[in-house]
Design a protein around this ligand. Structure first.
Ligand SMILES: Cc1cc2nc3c(=O)[nH]c(=O)nc-3n(C[C@H](O)[C@H](O)[C@H](O)COP(=O)(O)OP(=O)(O)OC[C@H]3O[C@@H](n4cnc5c(N)ncnc54)[C@H](O)[C@@H]3O)c2cc1C
Length: 422
């Protein structure tokens, strides 16, 4: 249960209520309070960062398939670089750079496209010579690469630290946090949100921002809405110490074997995208229900086996810990952000497509923009309006969300016109 300080303030009447104290909810609280919204509370059923966000690998990659997503990631990086200075809280942001390794000619061609998008967005990227690759990533032990794309401003952070930094900065601007408090109902009157009910009492509110991560669909259902934010399982492991690995190494992405890796202290953090994604049916997820995930050793040992082709030590060293959760995916692989049509005051900040820690600051800026009178066409394109009223069915929404997961590192045009992005 925790101390009164850990539990935070109680639920109170507030102009804006954010449901969810993960990376997204806390980033939204930070960005709104910074923009001058003075009366904001966050309601969290557990601890801040206690669900999906606290399990994330913390990779921050800015090389994306579209210019908008690239810019969103760049905006997030700018925030991570500045947050410590501005707030006094650290996000443990390490700008180590990242290397994307191509093992086939087709992948190298994709990297050339990605490099073009990056440069058009103003992001610095560079193709590495084999000698420079060995110098930057000696742990690859001279693996033969068709191409290696280097982004010097990428890196990784500790998701818990980032969430605490957002929350600390927001709290200082007057945002209150009610932790260990579950939202169980949404009050509606005259076509608008009027209040929020919780297991610790009710309060009046005129705007409810749904940042409930894998619970976003059941929370939306409290207002009678169906939003296809589908939880899809994701996991990675961290090994015991391995010679040569240290926190200053660049982040690695090897899409041809569907693997990402970085150092976690002296160990190897290694994760990947399963070929056969496993989702939950959001209609079966109850509000407040814990979403336990058991490590799937078949999947995890598959990641180790594939990565061992480049780094044999990964399969020879014991696993220290497994991290896992259910990040929410949308059927079209895009965020679901902004006011819900037909119900004034209900706003979505969900379906991060496994990009919700690195993208949190940019996504929160999109939420802010969506509340202004004239949001950009891009922000409008993220609106939940594309799913409301429902002209889709849950089975295919789930299937498509799983495919987004499975296709995270797929080549362009492999299955869908809009790819998932790392
Ligand atoms: C293993 C793994 C690795 C990942 N690696 C990365 C990575 O490297 N980079 C990256 O950017 N992303 C990564 N992700 C994805 C990332 O974790 C998610 O996109 C992100 O955490 C989503 O943040 P969120 O705030 O939306 O969700 P959450 O962190 O799940 O927060 C939602 C919060 O809402 C609360 N809540 C839900 N319902 C209620 C209710 N009724 N009342 C009150 N509170 C409620 C929950 O308790 C929860 O704390 C990874 C995910 C996993 C599982």
């Amino acid at each position: 249960m925790g101390t009164a300080e850990q539990r935070g303030a109680g639920v109170r009447d507030a102009e804006i209520t954010i449901v969810g104290g993960g990376a997204v909810g806390c980033a939204v609280a930070y960005v709104l309070s910074r923009a001058g919204y003075g009366d904001v509370q966050v309601i969290e059923q557990g601890e801040l960062a206690g669900a999906t966000s606290g399990q994330a690998a913390g990779l921050v990659g800015q090389v994306r398939a579209t210019r908008e997503r690239c810019r969103l990631a760049m905006a997030s990086v700018a925030t991570f670089s500045r947050i410590e200075q501005e707030t006094g809280y650290t996000a443990d942001w390490r700008q180590t750079g990242s290397v994307r390794v191509a093992m086939t000619a087709e992948r190298a061609a994709e990297f050339r496209e990605l490099a073009g998008v990056a440069r058009s967005a103003g992001l610095e990227v560079e193709f590495l010579t084999p000698a420079r690759l060995s110098e930057l990533c000696p742990v690859l032990e001279g693996a033969r690469a068709e191409a290696a794309l280097w982004c010097p401003t990428d890196g990784y952070l500790q998701p818990n630290s980032l969430v605490m930094a957002y929350a600390g900065a927001a709290r200082r601007r007057g945002v209150t946090f009610a932790t260990h408090t579950t939202v169980t109902g949404i009050g509606i009157g005259g076509g608008a949100v009027t209040g929020v009910r919780t297991d610790r009492g009710a309060a009046a509110t005129s705007m409810l921002i749904n940042a409930a991560g894998p619970w976003a669909a059941p929370v939306a259902a409290l207002a009678g809405l169906e939003i296809p934010a589908v939880p899809v399982r994701h996991e990675y492991f961290v090994t015991r110490p391995v010679t040569g690995w240290h926190g200053g190494l660049p982040v690695l992405r090897i899409p041809d074997i569907r693997i990402y890796a970085r150092a976690e202290g002296p160990g190897i953090l290694c994760g990947g995208w399963e070929a056969d994604g496993l989702s939950l049916d959001p209609r079966q997820v109850a509000v407040g229900q814990p979403l336990a995930v058991r490590p799937d050793w078949d999947v995890l040992s598959g990641f180790a086996r594939d990565f061992a082709a480049l780094v044999p030590a990964v399969a020879e060293t014991g696993v220290r810990e497994v991290f896992r959760g259910f990040p929410a995916f949308s059927p079209d692989g895009r965020f679901i952000v902004g006011p819900v049509p037909g119900l004034r005051g209900l706003v979505m900040a969900a379906a991060c497509n496994a990009h919700g820690v690195s993208g949190s600051a940019g996504l929160a800026e999109h939420v802010l923009e969506s509340l202004q009178p004239d949001p950009s066409p891009y922000v409008r394109s993220l609106s939940p309006a594309r799913f409301v009223p429902r002209d889709w069915d849950w089975e295919s929404a789930r299937e498509r969300a799983e495919r987004r997961y499975e296709d995270y590192y797929s080549l362009p045009g492999a299955t869908f016109p809009v790819r998932g992005e790392s």
